[in-house]
Write a protein that binds this ligand. Structure first.
Ligand code: PMV
Length: 339
């Protein structure tokens, strides 16, 4: 179902809200140490720390017009599906509960909802554009905290390169946001994305995480061992040790998918070609090519390697992938200065 939200927004009558607009760009990030589980669902506070790499090339571009009569949300040139539009307007309410009507125009240059982290780039871009359109000048940490409310992983896309997202301790989440570890230029790695299907994912992450927390016998061990993985991954980034980083990255993703698979009912994102790509990556390693795999809430496989090895990786996985993208470390979210 398509929807343009018709609820009339009524700002206080004594105020005339001038129409303001801002546009932002953000890139998806891929977790190397995975986030799966929340300690607070309303605030998207994670049960585990995570560590990610922000990518280039794939991007979300979002324009917000603040101060129109009715809310309206468009994605990729068409009115957004109802659930999507609701998520966007709920997020705008978090930014400003007594806001005026807003128009949101967002577009992705890559498939959304298919396990390619479009919600991370989407809410990072929306946080930057909406706050600026509202006349605010939040710093990057504040924007990261805001973006987290839309989608947990979005808090990492405020920053470029390698980013840590600590769990934080405070109940209000003010210490749970992205922290930059190393800039995009720090290390010439590549993330080769094997798209094995463009079909949308069947289980959304929030629903899946909650189900896993309640039913998977492996959930507790995933949570209990996450801090160790995080420490190893952070050290590996600082040491530019790809083997150490790749090893802990694969361990973290296989643990997360073990939790998913042992959730009741089971969450099985893998397709036959997912497994074929994972085996091709192991075969590459046995030939001395440094390549390691990670996966998110979907069947696609992302392979971390040195940039100089990406052609070898592409050749090895080509028979099993529907499409392949070779991506590199990218920048944090920012305003689109063309505006
Ligand atoms: O931020 P969410 O709700 O889209 O959750 C992201 C979960 C994973 O992509 C599976 C892992 C991660 O750390 O990004």
């Amino acid at each position: 179902m398509r929807l343009v939200l018709q609820r009339r927004r009524s700002p206080p009558t004594h105020l005339v809200i001038p129409m303001q607009t801002a546009t932002a760009i953000a890139h998806p990030n891929i977790a190397l140490v995975k986030y799966w589980g929340k300690r607070n669902t309303a605030l998207n506070l994670p049960a585990v720390p995570s560590l990610s790499l922000t990518l280039d090339t794939f991007r979300t571009r979002t324009q917000v017009v603040w101060g129109v009569e009715h809310d309206a949300v468009h994605i990729d040139g068409a009115p957004a599906p109802e659930a999507f539009a609701r998520r966007v307007t709920d997020f705008l309410d978090v930014i400003s509960p007594r806001r005026p009507g807003c128009m949101v125009l967002t577009e992705n240059n890559f498939p959304s909802g298919a396990g390619l982290a479009s919600s991370a780039s989407g809410f990072a871009a929306l946080a930057v554009a909406a706050t600026r359109a509202a006349g605010r000048t939040d710093d990057r940490t504040a924007l990261s905290i805001i973006a987290r409310r839309g989608s947990g992983s979005a808090c990492r896309s405020l920053f470029g390169g390698f980013v840590e997202w600590p769990m934080g301790q405070r109940p209000d989440g003010s210490d749970s946001h992205g922290i930059p570890l190393a800039a995009r230029s720090y290390w010439a790695v590549a993330m080769v994305v094997a798209v094995v299907t463009d079909r949308k994912k069947s289980v959304a992450s929030t629903e899946g995480m909650e189900l896993s927390r309640r039913t998977s016998p492996f959930y507790k061990s995933f949570v209990d061992t996450a801090a160790i993985d995080l420490d190893m991954a952070r050290d590996a980034v600082y040491d530019r040790d790809l083997e150490a980083l790749g090893t802990v990255m694969e361990r973290s993703t296989l643990k997360m998918h073990s939790v998913m698979m042992t959730t009741d009912p089971a969450i099985l994102y893998w397709l036959p070609n997912t497994l074929a790509v994972l085996h091709a990556v192991r075969e590459l390693r046995s030939q001395g090519i440094g390549a390691w795999a990670t996966m998110d809430a979907g069947p696609q496989v992302k392979i971390l390697c040195m940039s100089t090895d990406s052609d070898r990786v592409v050749d090895a996985i080509r028979p099993h992938a529907h499409r392949i993208h070779v991506l590199h470390p990218g920048p944090g979210a920012s305003l689109d200065e063309e505006e």
